[in-house]
Design a protein around this ligand. Sequence first.
Ligand SMILES: *Cc1c(COP(=O)(O)O)cnc(C)c1O
Length: 248
Amino acid sequence: MAAWSDTAIVENISTIYKRISHSAMRAGRNPEDVKLIAITKTVDIKRIQEAIDWGLRIFGESRVQEARDKISNLKSFINPPLPPFSKGGEGGLRIEWHLVGYLQKNKAKMAVHLFDLIHSLDSIELAIEINKNAEKIGKTQRVLIQVKLSQEETKHGVAKEDLLDLIKAVSEMNNLKLEGLMTMPPFSDDPEMVRPYFRELRKLRDTIEKSGFLLPELSMGMTNDFEVAIEEGATMVRIGTGIFANGS
Ligand SMILES: *Cc1c(COP(=O)(O)O)cnc(C)c1O
């Protein structure tokens, strides 16, 4: 069992990297401009450790509580990466943790302690809370603003109409560093159905940059649709099942 699962993760990672490279090159982009965020919700520590051993460095969780338990258990046993992913140099063995799921205000303090980047900032109230907690521990918290582009009621994120106001507010907060935008399109089996949402997020970003705000990062694309997202300009793809699913 264990041996089989090792092979699966390694093969999955290398397949995903190849597909990332191909789609970036298709779009005339440098594959190194696309960061792979391995989404580890529901994945156990042992398998996360395998991914770390194979050179993955950025991990994402969707729930603060679950992340806390895992991060505290992983810290002590980070091994050096194995070839062919042992690049060395920048960052060394440091693992980055990202929060990609919805963040409640009352979890902001814990989130600031745990995460290098929060992808799901979506209101001024939450920004104030994150900023306050970051200030308390002398941290500059990196954030992305999650934008709601579809009408699906259950999706979190700030409405397009309110985005610029939120950006302005965030840019005045001393302990927040806004790096870009994130979106979650409605689910579809067909990546072409979600391409317009990715395109829209990039256009929104381009428009806002004209008014002087820099938003270099676009977090968009998951297992089903990351290639389309990369073609549309994603700089961070969030991939869970494509890496950790057993077979399928
Ligand atoms: C689960 C999740 C992902 C990864 O989804 P997969 O389809 O498993 O790749 C990406 N982003 C968010 C916000 C998620 O909750």
